[in-house]
Design a protein around this ligand. Structure first.
Ligand code: CMP
Length: 141
């Protein structure tokens, strides 16, 4: 069990002006932000990040969408961070997401679902490393 997870505020949420509201959810759920940056993912980055989904019917749509405009990548810290963040964001499909979760409140579809969260400690480490160098993360507090 690790205290780190990786999150993305996806292009739909950034475009819709929901970045600040989602930051509020992050803070009020008790996460500490160790790193954050606004990026425009390249198609190659999106394809690399989501390589695990290569070959699935939604892969091209997903990688086109993730590289279509700006998103915010974040490294988050909290006890049991992976499951705590997944609870905060809700189910992948916003129609199935619980009341009060980020996807329930801000996602518009399964493809444009406002936020990403790592699904395991191992992937959290890999995903943080995909977008952040060590010097970009707060590690001394
Ligand atoms: P995310 O948590 O970023 O991880 C993989 C993403 O694939 C997921 O959120 C969804 O946005 C997307 N996804 C999963 N299933 C589908 C689907 N059936 N159609 C379109 N996109 C999907």
């Amino acid at each position: 069990m690790s205290n780190l997870t990786f999150a993305i505020i996806k292009p739909d949420a950034v475009k819709n002006g929901n970045t600040g509201k989602i930051y509020d959810r992050i803070i009020s759920a008790g996460f500490k932000i160790l790193g954050a940056k606004l990026i425009r993912m390249t198609l190659a980055q999106a394809q690399g990040f989501y390589a695990i989904h290569e070959g699935k019917p939604f892969y091209d749509e997903l990688t086109d969408f993730m590289s279509s405009s700006q998103s915010m990548v974040l490294a988050l810290e909290k006890d049991n961070a992976v499951s705590a963040w997944r609870e905060t964001i809700g189910a992948t499909n916003p129609e199935e997401a619980a009341e009060g979760t980020i996807r329930r409140d801000f996602a518009t579809s399964i493809g444009e679902n406002a936020v990403h969260g790592s699904d395991s400690d191992e992937n959290a480490k890999k995903e943080i490393g995909f977008f952040f160098s060590k010097s970009e993360l707060i590690t001394n507090q």
